[in-house]
Design a protein around this ligand. Structure first.
Ligand code: CLR
Length: 264
C-alpha cells in the first residue's frame, strides 16, 4: 500500500476535510487550467522570446501615430477583441465555469476578461525596452499616441512591468488568470454560492502550485495586483464612454459586437 512520503507530498494535502479537494482532484484542476491556458495563449513564451528582435521601425510607428483617433481606436478594439475571444475559450475549460448559469458566465466575463488580457500581456512584454507584442511586432507606448489616452496606456505598461518583475511561470500565470475570472464578489451574480465553490477549487489549486514551487510569498504580491487590474479596467470603460460620446457611429457600426457586449 501507499505510505506517507511515497509520492513526495504533504500528508495534510491528502487528508484534508473537504471531500472534493483530495490531492488528486486538486492536481486535476491544476492540469486542466494549465492545459486550457496553453491551448488559448496564442503564442508560446519561447516563440515570443524568439521574436524579440522584431520591433517597429520609425516609419511604422509614425504611420500608427498618424492614424485618426477613431481609426486607431477601431484598430485596437479589434486586437483587444481577438485577445478577449481567447480568454473566453480559456474560461470555458476552467473546471466549474461551464456548469454556471449563462447569466453568471457572462457576468464573470464582462468583469474579468479585460483583467485576464492584462495579466496575459505580461507574457508578451519585453521589459528591456518596454515594448509589447502587438500586430506582429514589439511596440512601445508611443505607438498608441493617437488613441489620445496616454494615462491609460502608461498605467497598462506600468502594470506589465510590475507583473514581469514577479517572474511568474506559465502555470502560475494560468492559475492566477483563472482566479481573476472566477470571483464571487462580482455584482449581479445569480448563483453566488456556485461561483464561490468553483473559486475555492481554483484557490486550492493555486495555493498548491505556489507551495510546490516554494513561492508562497507570491500569493500576497499577486493579491496586490488585483486592485491595480480592477482600476485599470474601470479606466478602460471610462475611456470607451468618452470615445463613444465623440464617435458614436464608429462604436455603433464598426466596433466588434463582442467588444460592445462586454464593455459597452
Ligand atoms: C495582451 C495579451 C494577448 C494578446 C494581446 C492582444 C492585444 C493587445 C494586448 C495583448 C495588450 C494591450 C493592447 C492590446 C491591443 C491594444 C491594447 C496592446 C498583447 C492597448 C493597451 C490599447 C488599449 C486601447 C483601448 C483604449 C481600446 O494574448
Amino acid at each position: 500500500g501507499m505510505s506517507r512520503g511515497d509520492i513526495g507530498v504533504n500528508y495534510e494535502d491528502i487528508f484534508c476535510p473537504y471531500p472534493t479537494s483530495s490531492l488528486l482532484h486538486i492536481e486535476e484542476v491544476c492540469a486542466s487550467i494549465v492545459r486550457s491556458h496553453r491551448e488559448t495563449s496564442q503564442y508560446r513564451v519561447e516563440e515570443l522570446q524568439a521574436l524579440r528582435w522584431k520591433v517597429f521601425s520609425r516609419e511604422e510607428i509614425h504611420a500608427y501615430q498618424s492614424k485618426s483617433v477613431d481609426e486607431m481606436w477601431q484598430h485596437c478594439a479589434l486586437r483587444l477583441t481577438d485577445a478577449v475571444q481567447y480568454v473566453v475559450e480559456f474560461a470555458k475549460h476552467i473546471p466549474g465555469f461551464r456548469q454556471l448559469c449563462q447569466n453568471d458566465q457572462i457576468v464573470l466575463l464582462k468583469s474579468g476578461s479585460m483583467e485576464v488580457v492584462l495579466v496575459r500581456m505580461s507574457r508578451m512584454f519585453n521589459t528591456e525596452n518596454s515594448t509589447v507584442f502587438f500586430d506582429g511586432k514589439f511596440a512601445g507606448k508611443e505607438l498608441f499616441k493617437s488613441l489620445a489616452c496616454n494615462d491609460l496606456i502608461t498605467s497598462v505598461f506600468d502594470l506589465a512591468h510590475s507583473l514581469c518583475a514577479l517572474r511568474l511561470t506559465e502555470q502560475q500565470v494560468a492559475l492566477f488568470s483563472a482566479l481573476v475570472l472566477i470571483n464571487e464578489d462580482r455584482p449581479c451574480l445569480e448563483e453566488r454560492g456556485r461561483v464561490e465553490r468553483a473559486r475555492k477549487e481554483v484557490e486550492l489549486a493555486f495555493n498548491h502550485t505556489l507551495r510546490r514551487d516554494n513561492q508562497e510569498a507570491l500569493l500576497h504580491k499577486l493579491y496586490q495586483k488585483v486592485a491595480m487590474l480592477k482600476s485599470l479596467c474601470s479606466l478602460h470603460i471610462e475611456k470607451l464612454r468618452w470615445f463613444r460620446q465623440l464617435y458614436p457611429l464608429t462604436v455603433h457600426s464598426l466596433f466588434p459586437p463582442l467588444y460592445k457586449e462586454l464593455f459597452g
